[in-house]
Design a protein around this ligand. Structure first.
Ligand SMILES: O=c1[nH]cnc2c1ncn2[C@@H]1O[C@H](CO)[C@@H](O)[C@H]1O
Length: 417
């Protein structure tokens, strides 16, 4: 055959292999596609001229460009279905915490010896812990009244609540640095989010923000930390699951098309095996009590510095030994290291039939795991922006991500928001 024919054949084969390549569009869809592609081509041409292509930039620099993009604004309105990789404390805009939550009455803060902020709502007694673990508690309402520039204070609060910074490469020189700030955010906002009245509103507001992006179903990795009342009473984990359910039901009544939420009960991978054994028991109990709400179990936190799934094998085998079904949704392979025990988390995730795999960044280094997870139809929750911000990869548009996306063309694919 001629070069031209061979060229066309190869091109056609690759087009068929693209995501959606084998989809047959209706006439109207074809029209919509033409419009969208024209906009996309214009944006790519512009990027070639300016040499500013958002997918290959750091997300903090790309964000404003993305928000201006016409393609993005169309994508925002399109139906997304589900958000299947989201974490309990980071599901809404932090600005809402600053402008709404920290302005509620009886909000106190203190500063820990390492300089982290801690919040607690309390009345009539002042909050615990006592000053040994933190500075004296300060009533935020009173503190704001004495400030000259409240806006500046609120802006600083917002900075404390997010990773956003002008020079991420300088602020976060390595993965440990960014994880340290990341964890400090969860520590700081924990006392805000887990105050019972806020907790309800927080979940509702999060669903609202997702709904605005046309996300109709969520599965949340949730650690189910104790939710507290103003007088210091603390609620159980069952209470939290019930509250998630109640809020989701209330939300569904007011929002046509909304499908609901499920919880993936999660514990932290810094804990030792005996603790994880207890969490597995808790997960089994919760799933029995709330079969439609609790989807399964996962381990969260910085994979590289935590225990490997192999370390936890004894705990993770408990459900099978008891003949109980506990689906796993493991974060696995969220690492750029190769050949470490952590990089091998993917092997355990596969062997234990993880329902999905979170991140799976290291999959390119494990062709056998890749092939078998394909055969077992295990979807990968691909999280390019998270991977960039947490330092696993430099730019989402790097070849590794394209390669992963291309090779999984026909597979059910989930993306992280
Ligand atoms: O991308 C991630 N990988 C692993 N753990 C994460 C990620 N994002 C958040 N968390 C973890 O989830 C908990 C809150 O539910 C936090 O402990 C945080 O470390």
């Amino acid at each position: 055959i001629s070069i031209d024919e061979a060229w066309n054949q190869l091109l056609m084969r690759e087009k068929m292999m693209q995501l959606g390549g084998q989809l047959v569009l209706t006439e109207q869809e074809e029209l919509a596609n033409e419009r969208l592609m024209a906009l996309k081509k214009a944006e790519v041409t512009q990027a070639m001229r300016t040499q500013k292509f958002p997918p290959s930039m750091h997300f903090f620099r790309a964000k404003t460009l993305i928000e201006k993009s016409e393609v993005f604004n169309i994508l925002k309105k399109m139906p997304k279905g589900a958000a299947l990789h989201v974490h309990d404390f980071s599901i809404l805009s932090m600005n809402w915490l600053v402008k709404n939550v920290t302005y509620r009455p009886h909000c106190h803060f203190c500063v820990t010896p390492s300089g982290y902020l801690k919040f607690k709502f309390a009345y009539p007694e002042p909050p615990t812990p006592k000053p040994a673990e933190c500075s004296e508690w300060v009533l935020l309402e009173k503190y704001r009244k004495e400030l000259q520039n409240v806006t500046e204070f609120d802006n600083r609060l917002l900075q404390t609540f997010t990773l956003m910074t002008e020079n991420p490469e300088v602020a976060y020189a390595n993965q440990d640095a960014v994880w340290s700030k990341f964890n400090s955010i969860f520590f700081t906002i924990s006392g805000l989010v887990h105050y019972a009245p806020v907790f309800r509103d927080y979940v509702f507001q999060a669903l609202e923000e997702f709904y605005q992006d046309n996300v109709l179903y969520l599965e949340l990795r949730a650690m189910l930390f104790p939710v507290y009342e103003l007088n210091g009473t603390v609620h159980s984990q069952e209470w939290s699951v019930k509250t998630y359910r109640e809020v989701a039901c209330m939300f569904a009544e007011k929002h046509p098309g909304f499908i609901g939420i499920k919880i993936i009960y999660s514990d932290h991978r810094v804990k030792n095996v005996s603790f994880i054994m207890k969490s597995i028991q808790t997960a089994m109990t919760l799933r029995t009590m709330f079969p439609r709400m609790v989807a399964g179990f996962d381990l969260v936190g910085h994979e590289d510095t935590g225990h490997s799934l192999y370390d936890y094998r004894e705990a993770l085998m408990i459900p099978t030994l008891h003949g109980v079904k506990l689906p796993y949704f493991f974060h696995a392979g969220e690492t750029d290291w190769q050949g470490t025990s952590i990089d091998r988390n993917l092997l355990v995730a596969l062997i234990l039939n993880s329902t999905r795999i979170g991140h799976g960044f290291a999959l390119t280094k494990h062709p056998a795991v890749w092939a078998d997870s394909w055969k077992k139809d295990i979807p990968i929750e691909v999280c390019p922006i998270s991977n960039q911000l947490l330092g696993v990869l430099c730019a989402p548009a790097s070849p590794a991500v394209f390669q992963r996306a291309a090779l999984r063309q026909t597979k059910r694919e989930t993306t992280c928001l």
